[in-house]
Design a binder for this molecule. Structure first.
Ligand code: SF4
Length: 195
């Protein structure tokens, strides 16, 4: 997944993602996709989505599919808050089947952590071969992922290690925002895994 959108453009010219995509396709990599941060919708009129639409038009000759998502993290929480529709914090992880139970995508960071969602690693490819990390994975064996699958992001609050977490319902934009905030709090209790 190669990031292209109005938010990356000021820092990375389109030649970068275009070259990565072309090289990946030439090397026979399957399922090369654009990873696109969309705020309201691909047809929306706000200035960010309008520019992203133009970017995708320019890149259309490469004929790649696109994943649309924006994460309520970092500066987006502060600067783009008004664009995020408010969502219930109750219920399942919105990507339970595709991210947690049968992950269809991982990201590797420079330290080797292989994550199936934002900073949610299932192993470290510098310590264990990536093929083993992937084939050994089962959601039931990972304490945080198990809680996420069985109880949803709010269920993380019930973990004994979450005692002391300052849950403020109105603060979170959506379940993913809550999930990441609790995982940051839990991190110190799980030094051997990346959550
Ligand atoms: S951040 Fe948490 S709730 Fe959101 S998709 Fe990832 S695992 Fe699921």
């Amino acid at each position: 997944m190669i990031s292209v959108d109005a938010f990356h453009l000021p820092y990375i010219s389109l030649d970068g993602p275009r070259n990565v995509a072309s090289a990946s396709l030439a090397a026979g990599v399957k399922r090369v996709r654009w990873n696109v941060a969309i705020l309201e919708g691909i047809d929306a009129q706000n200035k960010y989505d309008r520019q992203t639409r133009q970017i995708l038009k320019i890149l259309a000759p490469l004929n790649l599919e696109a994943n649309f998502k924006i994460w309520p993290q970092g500066r987006a929480i502060k600067n783009l808050r008004s664009f995020f529709p408010s969502q219930s914090l109750k219920g399942d992880c919105p990507e339970k089947e595709t991210n947690l139970v049968n992950p269809n995508c991982i990201s590797l960071d420079p330290s080797g952590w292989a994550s199936i969602c934002w900073n949610l690693a299932i192993g470290n490819a510098k310590k264990v071969p990536l093929s083993k990390v992937l084939t050994n994975y089962h959601w039931k064996t990972h304490p945080i992922i198990r809680a996420l699958v069985e109880k949803g992001p709010r269920g993380l609050i019930d973990l004994p290690e979450s005692e002391g977490f300052n849950f403020q319902e109105e603060k979170y934009i959506d379940k993913c925002h809550l999930c990441v905030e609790i995982r940051k709090f839990l991190k110190t209790d799980y030094p051997g895994i990346f959550v």
